[in-house]
Design a protein around this ligand. Structure first.
Ligand code: IMP
Ligand code: MG
Length: 181
């Protein structure tokens, strides 16, 4: 991992805790799906690692996956406030039990936008799973069905989350502190 010397990382959630919680989330999803097929939609790029652990935790349910790519952040830490769709789904979701899988719920703008888009496509059910939740930052209300961890209002990286495309490969979720500007 190429850490810049002036950037500081502090572990917030260890890999073992992430794995354990993700297994619990999959068990809860399976209970609620009652044997019906589920279609997981990962929000690229941040959710790719969460989704890959989540999908392998399903034991008795038929699971398919697809991805959407959006961006609401520029290169730095602050949201641009606008959500843009870069990659759409490969297949229709009409009549499917869909779970939208996101790395972190922050202002709520991204998930609000994606829910609006996906509801128009008539899934049978639409649920939301976010690995991390920063409730203090919310601008738009989002009713997430599954939350991995509530975290304080800190900028975090690792386990799929990036700062300017770096640090996605860290196994733990870490708080990133930058030097004063
Ligand atoms: P929202 O639209 O503000 O809820 O933000 C959602 C997106 O912002 C996430 O999918 C992340 O890509 C990004 N994001 C929000 N907070 C963080 C953070 O602490 N670290 C890295 N990315 C973040
Ligand atoms: Mg993201």
């Amino acid at each position: 991992m190429a850490k810049r010397s002036d950037e500081h990382l502090k572990v917030l959630i260890r890999h073992s805790a992430l794995k354990g919680r993700i297994r619990e989330m999959a068990r809860q999803m399976e209970r609620e799906l009652k044997g019906e097929r589920v279609h997981l939609i990962g929000v690229l790029k941040g959710a790719c690692i969460f989704l890959s652990d989540l999908v392998r935790s399903f034991k008795s349910t038929d699971v398919s996956i697809d991805f959407m790519a959006v961006a609401s952040y520029g290169k730095g830490k602050e949201s641009s406030g606008q959500v843009r769709l870069y990659k759409d789904l490969d297949t229709s979701i009409e009549g499917l039990n869909v779970i939208l899988v996101e790395d972190i719920l922050d202002t709520g703008l991204t998930l609000n936008y994606l829910c609006r888009v996906l509801k128009q496509r008539k899934p049978k059910t639409l649920r939301i799973a976010a690995l991390l939740d920063k409730p203090e930052r919310r601008i738009q209300e989002v009713n997430a069905d599954y939350i991995g961890f509530k975290i304080p209002n800190e900028f975090v990286v690792g386990y799929g989350l990036d700062y300017a495309e770096r640090y996605r490969n860290l196994k733990d979720v870490c708080i990133l502190t930058l030097p004063p500007q």
